[in-house]
Design a protein around this ligand. Structure first.
Ligand code: BES
Ligand code: MN
Ligand code: MN
Length: 464
């Protein structure tokens, strides 16, 4: 396996340039104006899988955007690793905040990435991280180092909730049988503090509409005498948290997994510096649920956040108006034992119940997803930990993250498979934000580390 470093040194420029080609295509799954680009990206991913040595690479139709499949089966008696990733990206707006255009990748140095980082939408989430697996596969195939079978499932709808994937998975169970699923679509604590993600939060996402009068009104003639849906909506939203930042929806916490003091103490060992955290975000104080630390608030506790709110006049100057309608998009991050459908229902019931008689309320559910946690005593986890030890020289820290990858819980339900989350991005890489980037060092470190996971997983599996 020593050749991996030589191979990376010799092919580094090409690895970067190939990723740049992938990043140039605006595969924005949320916006149908880009559907051709999403499809073109799938084709390029397929080509890259073939180039890397997949025997069968295929674009599989789903009821939405296609899944790109690839595999190399060397011996059916050996374990099979299924690599999952996504080739779709988030919309890049607000465009004016990017220092270089989101789909014209450039390498720039940053304080955290002195070796340079690739700036582009999708650089870290998830084209760059997904592509590490393709390049690791190329190394293993070209150098006769592939120790087991491998399958790829690279989807195009992750950023919009993987809507078509459940059905696709159900009807293609055979195709995706595996011994472990490997995903790089999360982060790690720092370049000198490798970590393995052991938990993802679930998600319930709703849109609300509050209607007051049947038309927009003159705010002088009617103001003070009629319900203003924007005022009402804000009051309703404000009431969803109490003074301790607890969520007030009845039943919301009923099923929340209680993490033991021992587990919390174990988690608290993961390095976290509150001052640096605040400094990086330019906030003078943090805010969150009473009784929990900052890292607990974003990992083991459920949340409710407004993601967008609109209504009325937002153009230039002042228009005196009472809007007929006000809207908000609200997400709830969920933790083990909370069920997204149940939570959506509790939310809808409560939200309607707190509305004054003067307005009408509509709640529309969007996508949801179940949370996921894994243990650190599995073969998969041990193999991953050993891989990091080999290439980082440090034992990785297990860490539950606040983000969601709903398909991970589904993999367990439908395929009975466990997932190992080996993320190489950093929180400061600005995923979903303007100026998303992925450190060149992180990209290459990922390519270097992945083949060791294959090696150790195969060894541990055959010795069990
Ligand atoms: N890769 C992210 C999830 C993520 C990022 C997890 C960093 C942990 C650390 C994924 O692409 C994502 O953005 N997921 C969405 C949910 C999805 C249903 C749109 C999310 O977490 O908001
Ligand atoms: Mn992602
Ligand atoms: Mn994402």
């Amino acid at each position: 396996m020593e050749q991996i470093n030589e191979y990376i040194a010799a092919n580094k420029e090409r690895f970067i340039n190939e990723l740049i080609e992938l990043l140039k295509i605006p595969s924005i799954s949320a916006d149908t104006a880009f559907s051709e680009d999403v499809l073109e990206t799938a084709k390029l991913v397929k080509k890259y899988l073939e180039d890397a040595g997949c025997d069968n690479a295929e674009i599989c139709e789903t009821k939405g955007y296609p899944v790109v499949f690839g595999e190399k089966i060397i011996d059916s008696n050996l374990p099979t690793i299924l690599v999952y990733g996504h080739y779709d990206v988030q919309p890049p707006d607000p465009l004016e905040l990017w220092t270089s255009p989101p789909f014209e990748p450039v390498i720039k140095e940053t304080e955290i990435h002195p070796d340079g980082a690739i700036f582009a939408r999708g650089a870290c989430d998830d084209k760059g991280q997904m592509f590490m697996h393709v390049k690791a596969m190329e190394f293993m195939v070209k150098n006769n180092q592939l120790p087991c079978n491998v399958k790829f499932m690279i989807e195009g709808e992750e950023e919009v909730g993987s809507d078509s994937l459940a059905e696709f998975l159900e009807s293609n169970k055979e195709k995706f049988t595996n011994d472990i699923i490997l995903i790089s679509d999360t982060g790690m604590i720092a370049n000198d503090v490798p970590s393995i993600t052991t938990g993802l939060r679930g998600l319930s996402y709703v849109e609300v509409e509050v209607t007051g009068p049947n038309r927009d009104l003159h705010s002088g003639i009617y103001g003070g005498a009629v319900p203003n849906p924007i005022n009402v909506l804000n009051k309703m939203i404000a009431s969803l948290h109490d003074e301790n930042n607890h969520i007030t929806i009845p039943g919301f916490y009923d099923k929340v997994e209680k993490v033991s003091d021992a587990e919390r103490a174990e988690m608290a060992k993961a390095p976290f510096n509150l001052d640096n955290y605040k400094k990086a975000l330019d906030i003078d104080d943090v805010q969150g649920e009473k009784g929990f630390t900052t890292s607990e608030r974003y990992s083991i506790r459920p949340t409710l956040d407004v993601n967008g709110i609109w209504g009325g006049y937002t153009g230039e100057g002042a228009k005196t108006v009472i809007a007929s309608k006000a809207y908000a998009k609200i997400s709830m991050r969920l933790v083990p034992n909370q069920d997204p459908d149940e939570i959506t229902e509790l939310f809808a019931k409560h939200f309607k119940s707190i509305a004054p008689k003067s307005v009408k309320v509509k709640v529309t559910p969007h996508h949801g997803g179940l949370p996921y946690v894994t243990k650190t005593d599995s073969i998969g986890y041990k193999a991953a930990a050993k891989a990091y030890e080999t290439t980082f020289g440090k034992t990785p820290v297990p860490e539950r993250t606040g983000g969601s990858i709903p398909i991970v819980a589904l993999f367990e339900q439908v395929l009975g498979s466990k997932t190992i989350l080996m993320g190489f991005g950093l929180d400061s890489d600005a995923i979903h934000s303007p100026n998303e980037h992925f450190g060149v060092w992180n990209y290459l470190k990922g390519i270097e580390t992945i083949p060791y996971f294959y090696k150790y997983f195969t060894e541990l599996e055959s010795n069990k």
